[in-house]
Design a protein around this ligand. Structure first.
Ligand code: GMT
Length: 384
């Protein structure tokens, strides 16, 4: 006989804009709500991927007011106040915050205001930790906020190691990787969309990101230039951000205008990823690299950076390849190998999807968060 698991009231805070951490937080919340938990998103704007009505989902908008004397609107204070207000009104069991600064800091403040020991689970996604390397003045507040959390999770072993190195070897960090819903990110037969992206039927190389400098989007274009010289193909770029102009400039400089498409931000990336023959993610570093996992789930072999999380799920020669971020020659060579050998590509595609399902299925990973929540609300020790 199975006993019913306790249903929880969970407050989730994340950045709502397009980006892996917001996607993880939102998809996790949606999944937990479908399991019967009550999920309260406490965020600045409606999280991207939270669209339409869903049972058990509540959205509480943080209003950031400004006065002439405030040079900067105090987002963190408004958020902390809102978190305390929602926790009190709905009797929340815990806060799950994504990003240490400022979200774990706000959760700490909210708990102090509430005056009851509501547990805080803090998930680290990477930029919160690397930021400290760039901006030493954030060190103390980040360390404080992490240590005041009851449980800390990191999205890869790489990030956990990196965090311990910066903030203390004694930190207990549970690695809970990113996840994917394989029913949504699924291989699809050649379809009209693919014909539109590649009217001449040549292979499609794809990249998706927020075009931050760390994503090395210029490298995507340069690698593609080498690929298409050997195997006529097309490059589809999904997403938008500060480096898009530079990438477009490289396209012109390399005379690739008729081979490259920039589609901007796309809400339904799951409809486009399966059109690719190979997916490129040459970032300078990635704590996980969620979009590469989504591509794998859609049956697309991945060539990703070997710095960070992708090494933990891209199995060289089996589901794709990893390469050092500046080794453009290797990336191009491996992509050409995939495109020239359809039988090998088919095997890789099958393997990629199988690994995504076996190790990173949303049901499996969300269950780990659920277990952690239950432990923490039942008072099973403070991890930090
Ligand atoms: O990659 C980004 O620029 C977005 C960033 C974020 O904070 O949303 O993504 C980070 O978190 C994702 C979810 O855990 C990870 O899959 C990404 O690898 C990570 N980005 C970096 O480490 C650069």
């Amino acid at each position: 006989m199975t006993t019913a698991r306790r249903k929880l009231k969970i407050g989730i805070t994340c950045y709502s804009s397009v980006g892996g951490s917001g996607v993880v937080a939102t998809e996790l919340g949606l999944h937990l709500a479908r399991q019967g938990h009550e999920v309260h998103f406490i965020t600045h704007t409606l999280p991207y991927r939270l669209r339409g009505y869903e049972d058990n989902i509540y959205f509480h908008q943080v209003e950031v007011t400004s006065y002439p004397v405030f040079e900067y609107p105090p987002y963190a204070l408004s958020l902390a106040a809102k978190m305390a207000e929602v926790a009190r009104a709905y009797d929340l069991d815990l806060f799950h915050v994504h990003y240490a600064v400022p979200h774990a800091t706000c959760a700490f403040l909210a708990r102090e205001m509430l005056g009851r020991p509501i547990p805080i689970v803090c998930t680290l996604h990477g930029t919160d930790i690397t930021l400290v390397g760039l901006e030493p003045s954030y060190f103390e507040i980040t360390r404080f906020s992490i240590r005041k959390s009851d449980r800390i999770t990191a999205v890869s072993e790489y990030l956990a190691v990196h965090t311990r190195k910066s903030f203390g070897k004694d930190l207990k960090i549970e690695v809970i990787p990113n996840f994917v819903d394989p029913r949504r990110f699924t291989p699809r037969a050649i379809n009209a969309r693919r014909e539109h992206l590649s009217p001449d039927g040549v292979p499609i190389v794809m990249h998706a990101s927020n075009f931050r400098a760390i994503k090395n989007v210029d490298h995507v274009v340069k690698v593609f230039a080498r690929i298409t010289k050997e195997v006529p193909s097309r490059l589809v770029m999904l997403g938008d951000g500060p480096e898009r102009i530079s990438a477009e400039r490289w396209v012109r400089r390399l005379h690739l205008e008729d081979r490259v498409m920039f589609l901007g931000n796309q809400e339904h990336i799951e409809e486009l990823l399966p059109c690719a023959n190979v997916f490129l993610l040459p970032s300078a570093s990635e704590s996980f690299g969620l979009v590469a996992l989504e591509a794998m789930s859609a049956g697309v072999p991945v060539i990703a950076t070997s710095v960070g999380g992708p090494r933990e799920f891209v199995e060289d020669g089996c589901t794709g390849y990893t390469a050092r971020p500046h080794d453009l020659a290797r990336m191009a060579r491996l992509a050409i190998r995939i495109l020239r050998h359809p039988a090998q590509a088919r095997d890789m595609s099958r393997n990629a999807r199988a690994v995504a399902i076996r190790k990173y299925h949303v049901n499996k990973i969300a269950r780990r968060y659920e277990d952690l929540y239950l432990e923490v609300v039942n008072g099973a020790g403070k991890g930090a």
